[in-house]
Design a protein. Structure first.
Lengths: 292, 319
């Protein structure tokens, strides 16, 4: 990222990015079918202004809208994927990687940034679901741990927005072991009494759910996100009965005690800043959005 | 029990059947057939050796899942003395897909935990085919903490198709149960030696497998997803499991080449089930040897090394 890109507000970058997509200014909400003005949806953090349906957000947009616009520094961006198994199915892993890099403009499925939240230092990471399903391979694990290392060095809290289908099959056991690697890093963070806030977004399943995403000191989910260990299709095939309504959605997890709270995306900055201020024993920060 | 043979072992099976027939005949006929039997037995060994010399990864997976392969509870009484099984997670249930307890290895007190498949249909159902539920992982964690408190080195035997994917598992948060074990094992203040004895199925295996030394029996497998699961996602057909098994590097020897496994324990000719006693002896020797190497370390250094080991997992480039 050039110095100029770093200082321009995320909203401008988002618009520039959107313009390259050959779509019109109007879109339809997939839940309520309302016709929406795209720039307004973007200003609303990809939440439908009519029905509050949370659409998926790219990792970079997510981080830039979450962090204060000043002093953002990307961590571990130079860590890039390799193909240790020379894996190929119908396509080569190399080609899949190249295609994903081209389509998303990202090197791999996790982006980590050091920055500020309401003036206080923080490291935030986000999964890019459109990069091979947000799957966790060696690069995701390494970037995640570098983010945690930065927190340990500078005594900062860590926030991760997960959106992932799980471990990346194309790196075999190396991907599975990233579950242990990231969990071990979070244990180190916990030993130093630095908070980890896990924000589970749609969808978070498999090896990411069964490691870093469930290890938050506070686990937050966005409304109606699909969150689980096994995907609903696998469970359906195993139990051979129809799954209950709302199964594996955020509300189901809250009811079963798996998460602390469900928070609207537009309130995440306020809520996380408040949680961190209390856990880090700091005075409260001013709210972006006054309580209704 | 009669030996069961896998599809690719059919030529061996035919030869063995012929040997059995001859032996039978020898009992009531007075012609001397001993010579013929020993000739055929030598031939059978040679044939087995040649088939097992170059097994494809899928065939290794078949052996890892062989219905007669020794399971955790077959090994425990042979490897340890004074084993006393400890049950339950103290919160919800006792999951018999995971067993654990205190025991002695070569006289030395240890904690042992392993997944347990069932041998016959009734036991398979009771053990849920070796697929633990959250309460199984929470029982394992309870035993790990007990081991830490009483300074018992931990030995885990891995053999599971994976953590159980069901409605109840999700309700009781399978993800958290696995994640918590990874988190806690990374800093458990006792030596941890893990050995994959059969199937190392994904997160369900890793949840008792964060360790100081990872051993694998020669014909065991360890993978991020089952070959069938990988094939149905990437090849859109579970029939391509052989290709998936090949592509994912799931066998002990290949994982050793990636330096993810510390030691591969050789199995008897034809696999562990052909000679369980010989397998036990090799496994026990490896456990004792590896444990003695890490058990000597002060706990601070042990954990420092474990953290460095975990930190180093992964292959990536620097742009």
């Amino acid at each position: 990222m050039t110095w100029f890109e770093k200082i321009i507000p995320s909203r401008i970058k988002t618009e520039r990015r959107t313009r390259s997509v050959p779509e019109g200014l109007w879109m339809k909400c997939p839940t309520c079918d309302s016709v929406l003005y795209r720039p307004e949806v973007e200003r609303n953090l990809q939440v439908c202004p009519k029905c509050s349906h949370h659409m998926r957000v790219g990792a970079r947009d997510r981080l830039l809208s979450f962090l204060d616009p000043e002093d953002v520094e990307e961590l571990g961006a130079a860590v890039m994927p390799e193909d240790p198994l020379k894996f190929r199915d119908s396509k080569k892993y190399r080609d899949r990687l190249n295609a994903a890099q081209k389509a998303t403009g990202e090197g791999d499925a996790l982006i980590v940034m050091a920055g500020k939240l309401k003036g206080e230092g923080i490291v935030a990471a986000a999964f890019e679901f459109s990069f091979l399903g947000g799957s966790m391979g060696s690069v995701v694990g390494e970037r995640f741990v570098r983010g945690v290392d930065h927190c340990l060095r500078h005594r900062l809290p860590f926030v991760c927005f997960s959106a992932s289908g799980g471990a990346r099959m194309q790196e075999g056991l190396l991907s599975l072991l990233q579950m242990a690697k990231t969990s071990a890093a979070l244990a180190a963070l916990a030993r130093e009494r630095l908070p980890f806030i896990s924000v589970l977004t749609d969808p978070t399943t498999g090896g990411v759910s069964a490691s870093l995403a469930m290890l938050g000191d506070v686990n937050i989910a966005e409304p109606k996100a699909l969150i689980g260990f096994a995907g609903p299709r696998v469970i359906q095939q195993t139990v051979r009965e129809t799954l209950p309504e709302g199964f594996q959605r955020s509300e189901f997890l809250l009811e079963h005690g798996a998460i602390d709270m469900i928070v609207d995306r537009r309130d995440l900055r306020d809520r996380i800043a408040s949680l961190l201020a209390i856990l880090m024993r700091r005075s409260p920060a001013a709210a972006d959005r006054p309580a209704e | 029990m009669a030996m069961q043979f896998l599809d690719f072992e059919q030529p061996i099976a035919e030869l063995e059947a012929k040997i059995d027939e001859l032996k039978h005949l020898g009992a009531d006929a007075d012609i001397n057939i001993e010579e013929e039997v020993s000739r055929l037995e030598a031939k059978s060994r040679a044939l087995t050796r040649s088939i097992f010399k170059s097994l494809t990864p899928w065939r290794v997976a078949q052996i890892a899942r062989h219905p007669q392969r020794p399971y955790t509870l077959d090994y425990i009484p042979q490897l340890f003395t004074e084993f006393q099984e400890l049950h339950g997670d103290r919160m919800y249930a006792d999951d018999s897909a995971i067993v654990g307890g205190i025991a002695r290895l070569d006289g030395k007190p240890v904690m042992v935990i392993g997944q347990q498949k069932g041998r016959d249909t009734k036991e398979r159902v009771r053990r849920n085919y070796g697929m633990p539920k959250p309460e199984g992982y929470r029982k394992a964690l309870r035993l790990m903490k007990l081991a830490e408190r009483f300074q018992l080195p931990l030995i885990t035997l891995i053999d599971t198709p994976g953590a159980y994917p069901g409605v109840g598992s999700e309700e009781r948060n399978q993800s958290e149960a696995i994640a918590r074990n990874l988190f806690e094992m990374s800093s458990l203040g006792v030596p941890v030696i893990s050995c994959v004895i059969g199937e190392g199925g994904s997160g369900g295996a890793l949840a008792i497998g964060v360790c100081d030394r990872l051993l694998m029996l020669q014909y065991s497998i360890y993978s991020v997803i089952s070959p069938e699961g990988c094939a149905s996602i990437l090849w859109k057909s579970a029939d391509k499991r052989e290709l998936a098994a090949e592509a994912m590097w799931i066998t002990a020897d290949r994982l050793r080449r990636l330096r993810l496994v510390d030691e591969v324990i050789r199995e008897p000719l034809g696999g562990a089930h052909r000679d369980p006693q010989a397998t036990v002896e090799m496994l026990k020797a490896a456990l004792v040897q590896n444990l003695s190497e890490v058990d000597a370390l002060p706990v601070g250094e042990l954990l420092e090394r474990r953290h460095a080991r975990l930190r180093a997992f992964g292959v990536y480039g620097q742009a």
